[in-house]
Ligand binder design. Structure first.
Ligand code: AMP
Length: 176
């Protein structure tokens, strides 16, 4: 199992989809699963950029993981905080690598202008960036402390350049 991290605008879902095509991973995006639910309470959370509860997220994630054979999976958007990371490490899946796509806040905001998704209004973007640094940064640090390999790539280039860096990292770790 591979985890992919990056602030909103870093293109983590695009990158995850490229890895699916090239290396045959299954892709699970908790954000995408939430956007597909019809649950009005969840839709409201997404609009504000706040995190959905750990319990709801974990329940939904387990159901998605159960639909997949094996553990050649890329998790996109999970774990999002230390509690979710602890929970994940207690499950039966082996976490092989975390990939962090780094992007400055200025660049993230610039890229998101005009994407047009419901949760791409300015206040939701700011909230999601704040959540990222408040909760996801410590989550990544926790995973590293627990011995999970973390690879950092720059998110500043174009899609192909970022993909090449990630693909090289996977090959290096025999995960390609
Ligand atoms: P994303 O597509 O990963 O940027 O996620 C979009 C939104 O879905 C986030 O702003 C959260 O409201 C919600 N979400 C996605 N993943 C999680 C998670 N692991 N825990 C809680 N909320 C999440």
């Amino acid at each position: 199992m591979i985890l992919i991290f990056g602030p909103v605008g870093a293109g983590k879902s695009t990158q995850a989809e490229l890895l699916v095509e090239r290396f045959g991973y299954h892709w699970i995006s908790t954000g995408k699963l939430f956007r597909e639910t019809q649950d009005p309470e969840i839709i409201e959370y997404l609009k504000t950029g706040k995190l959905v509860s750990d319990e709801q997220t974990q329940r939904m994630l387990l159901a998605a993981l159960n639909d997949i054979d094996g553990d050649k999976v890329i998790l996109d958007g999970f774990p999002r905080n230390v509690a979710q990371a602890e929970w994940l490490l207690a499950q039966k899946y082996s976490v092989d690598l975390g990939i962090v796509i780094e992007l400055t806040t200025e660049e993230a905001v610039k890229r998101l202008a005009g994407r047009g998704r419901d949760d791409d209004n300015e206040s939701a973007i700011k909230e999601r960036l704040a959540v990222y640094h408040d909760q996801v940064d410590p989550c990544i640090a926790y995973l590293a402390e627990q011995g999970i390999e973390i690879a950092t790539v720059s998110g500043e280039g174009n899609i192909d350049e970022i993909h090449d860096q990630i693909a090289a990292t996977l090959t290096q770790h025999n995960l390609g």
